[in-house]
Write a protein that binds this ligand. Structure first.
Ligand code: DGL
Length: 263
């Protein structure tokens, strides 16, 4: 039975875990949330690369078949540097977001919301323009959204104010596609939808990311029907908070959360 390892700076990566359950219901999941060191968004590249290696080394000890960096910030900072250092494939979430956006856009005007690091890296912009030189890419960093989700705040006036404040910057740009370029943001997808024009297609890169993982696992003959896959969660933060917020994001109760501090 296949085992997928995933990590994020915090709870955001759980939006990828729930997609794993949807597309790959029979695989085991090992997830590491670096909740005590979040946010990664304001950190320098070298630090994010170091954290990525620490966490992938940890997941490598869990018998995983494939790893997903379920964090756009860590993907843009470190995927190219670390992807060949492990005996299993390491996937990121940036290229899948780009793929989803290219398939969805009709007018080539694409918005990207992400952390300050991801927007500053230009990863989405470069990838979109390389595939489609006509693409017009408008990026917006939304660091407050990460912090709200991380605190378990998924609705209410604070969330509305943060989301509307950031998304008003897309008014009048004509974008028809918006990439949720931080894995925390799909948690607030319904709220986000209320503050963009109705014709805007929202892209959650988790869908394409897990499709890519599924394709690889299928090729290797590792996708089997399994009645009870095991899910195991590790956090550098508070396991009780992880259990609470994790249950909200995943939509099913979790109880097997272990505290693991790396580095
Ligand atoms: N969830 C992370 C991402 O996809 C970032 C949050 C952060 O650590 O700043 O970029």
């Amino acid at each position: 039975m296949a085992t997928v390892g995933l990590f994020d700076s915090g709870f955001g990566g759980l939006t990828v875990v729930r997609e794993v359950k949807r597309q790959l219901p029979g695989v085991n999941v090992r997830f590491y949330g670096d909740n005590s060191r979040i946010p990664y968004g304001p950190l320098p590249k070298e630090t994010i690369v170091r954290y990525t290696r620490q966490i992938l080394d940890f997941l490598a000890g869990k018998n995983i078949d494939i790893a997903i960096i379920a964090c756009n910030t860590a993907t843009s900072a470190s995927l190219e540097e670390v992807k060949d250092e492990y005996p299993f494939p390491v996937l990121g979430v940036i290229k899948p977001g780009i793929k989803g956006a290219l398939a969805a856009t009709r007018n080539n005007k694409i918005g990207v919301v992400a952390t300050e690091f991801t927007i500053g890296s230009g990863a989405h912009k470069q990838g979109l323009k390389a595939a489609n030189p006509k693409a017009e890419v408008i990026g917006q960093a939304c660091p407050q959204i990460t912090l709200l989700v991380e605190a378990g705040k998924t609705s209410g006036p604070e969330v509305e104010a943060a989301v509307s404040g950031y998304l008003k910057n897309f008014k009048g740009t004509g974008i028809d596609t918006l990439v949720l370029g931080c894995t925390h943001y799909p948690v607030l997808e319904d709220t986000i939808r209320n503050y963009v024009d109705q014709n805007v297609t929202i892209i959650d890169p988790a869908v394409e990311t897990v499709a890519e993982a599924k394709e690889w696992l299928q090729k290797k003959g590792l996708v089997t029907d399994c009645v009870s896959p095991s899910y195991k969660f590790y956090t550098s933060g508070d396991p009780e908070l992880f259990t609470q917020v994790g249950t909200i994001i995943l939509g099913w109760p979790i109880d097997n959360v272990e505290k693991v501090v790396l580095g």
